[in-house]
Each structure stands twice: as C-alpha cells, then as structure tokens.
Design a protein around this ligand. Structure first.
Ligand SMILES: Cc1cc2nc3c(=O)[nH]c(=O)nc-3n(C[C@H](O)[C@H](O)[C@H](O)COP(=O)(O)OP(=O)(O)OC[C@H]3O[C@@H](n4cnc5c(N)ncnc54)[C@H](O)[C@@H]3O)c2cc1C
Length: 258
C-alpha cells in the first residue's frame, strides 16, 4: 500500500482520488478472491479426491500431530521421490503435506503436521478426528529422492514426514541428520523415533543456529545434504555449508514455509 501511495504522489493523485481509488482497489480484490474461490472449487470438482482419517496421535505439547489416513484413490506413481499432496484445509484454502509410511497395498499413510503455530493448515490438522474425510487435489514429486553415498538431512518439524518418507524410500541405507525441535517436543521425538536423525533444540524460526552447530562436528566430504522446511533457514544453511572446505557433493533445498 505504501508503494501505491508513493506512486500516487508521483502521478499527482489527490487524497480524494486516493480514497475512490482505494475503494475500487478493494472491490477488485474482493472480485479476484471470488474468482479464485470459484476456480479452486472448479479444480476441486474436477480433480478432488478424498481420504478418511483412521487414527490421530497428538503429541503432548499439542504442537505436533500424526494422522493416519486411508487414501483409496491416491496415485503414487512418482514414489521413488518423496511426494506431497495438496490438501483442502478450509474453504478455498489448500496446504501441502507429505505422505509418509506409504503402504501400496492398503493405500494408507501417515501425515506428520507441525501445529505449533497459528494458520489454517495448523488449525485444520489439530481439529481432525477419526472418521473425518480429507479432500486433496493431487500428489506431486518433490526434488528429494535417495542418492547413493552418505545422506545427511536437516530441517524443522514440518520436514519430519518428508524425511521419514525419504528413509522409507532409502530402505536399509542409513540416513543421519538433525531436526530442529521445540524444547517441549524433544523428549517425545527421541522416544518415538529411534533413528540416526537427532532432535536439536530450536532457538529461532527454522532452527538455523542449532542446525549449523550440529553440522560443525560432521565431516561433509562425499555427502549428499538434504534441507527442508523454513525457506530462509534453508537458503542460509546452504550458503554456509557451501563455504566449507569439506564441501558436500550436493546440497538440495526443498522450501516448505516462510
Ligand atoms: C512440498 C511441501 C511439503 C510439505 N509437507 C509438510 C508436512 O508434511 N508437514 C507440515 O507440517 N508441513 C508441511 N509443509 C508445509 C505446509 O504446507 C504449510 O505451509 C504449513 O503447515 C503452514 O500452513 P498453515 O496454514 O498452518 O500456516 P500459514 O498460513 O502458511 O502461516 C501462518 C503463520 O505461521 C508461520 N508458520 C507456518 N508454518 C510454520 C511452521 N512449521 N513452524 C512455525 N511457524 C510456521 C508462518 O510463518 C506464518 O507466520 C509442506 C510444504 C511443502 C511445500
């Protein structure tokens, strides 16, 4: 809005004009939102498929939830890469979540959802109960798939399902790494996942400081590094790792949220 007003000043729009212009702008935005909602509901009618909640496990802190889902029509043809499904979390509102623990025979999986913040996705996931329907409009590939050699994963709790899916695809191949976790969830993380991927205490939005600290004692030579979750953290982490003398073979960032 500040920029628009600066432009108005430059082209000499009076305050009255601005008020009229602003009203017109709001009406246009309102119409655009209606058009967007209609387009989304057309897409949903054409491509929408549904699943059903089988079980819900909320973590003690209430900041994280595991949701077992039956998706009878889910097409996982790209299941050599980690997948993500676009899920309806409100009227005209969609968020991406990662199917982990995919079972091709039963067409079931688990969604691991961070609910520590306020947002439509977070509210939706926290409200789910056994038997609830879930609508999604498609499944697509992410950039991440298992690579030969030593794999290291880094991210925040929104990336937990993503890395569990990567581990499933990597089968017996070992993956190590660190996930930045809120202090109240650390014990539950360690007792739930007996894994080479460890919880480190999250001290900032995406856990940059603790993830960087964790990498300090690790030899990155000949490793493939995967980063997922908070976008600014992923970008910064990649920059820092690229500066190291023992540079990894690759650093692959998959941004989730900002
Ligand atoms: C390919 C892909 C796969 C994904 N898979 C998962 C998954 O398996 N599990 C999962 O939890 N998320 C996953 N996400 C992220 C998810 O789609 C949403 O972006 C996220 O859950 C936030 O949605 P929201 O509506 O709750 O909050 P938004 O409306 O997007 O944001 C509201 C506020 O909360 C903040 N915020 C958003 N997410 C977080 C967070 N995780 N921690 C702290 N603050 C946050 C935002 O900065 C903003 O201020 C994935 C995203 C992508 C692109």
């Amino acid at each position: 809005m500040i920029c628009r007003y600066a432009v108005d000043e430059l082209i000499g729009l009076s305050a009255d004009c601005r008020a009229v212009d602003s009203e017109r702008f709001e009406k246009t935005t309102y119409r655009m939102n209606i058009i967007k909602q209609k387009a989304l509901s057309l897409i949903e009618n054409a491509f929408g498929k549904s699943g059903r909640v089988l079980a819900v496990r909320a973590w003690e802190s209430a900041g994280f939830v595991e949701i077992d889902v039956h998706f009878p029509e889910m097409v996982m043809s790209g299941w050599e890469k980690v997948q993500h499904a676009k899920i309806k979390v409100g009227e005209g509102v969609y968020r991406d979540y990662t199917p982990a623990g995919w079972d091709n025979e039963t067409h079931t999986c688990t969604l691991y959802v961070d609910t520590m913040h306020n947002g439509p996705g977070s509210t939706w996931a926290s409200s789910l109960q056994v038997g609830d329907p879930i609508t999604y409009v498609g499944v697509s590939n992410t950039f991440h798939k298992p690579l030969s050699g030593k794999m290291i994963v880094l991210g925040d709790m929104s990336a937990l399902g993503h890395y569990l899916a990567l581990q499933q695809l990597a089968a017996g191949q070992s993956i190590s790494g660190a996930i930045a976790v809120d202090e109240e969830d650390m014990a539950e993380f360690e007792s739930t996942f007996r894994w080479n991927v460890k919880a480190v205490k999250k001290n900032d939005a995406g856990g940059l400081a603790s993830l960087l600290q964790w990498t300090q004692d690790i030899d990155l030579t000949n490793t493939e590094v995967f980063i997922a979750g908070h976008i600014p953290t992923g970008i910064q982490l990649r920059k820092e790792l690229k500066k190291r003398k023992d540079q990894p073979n690759s650093v692959r960032v998959q941004g989730f949220w900002s």
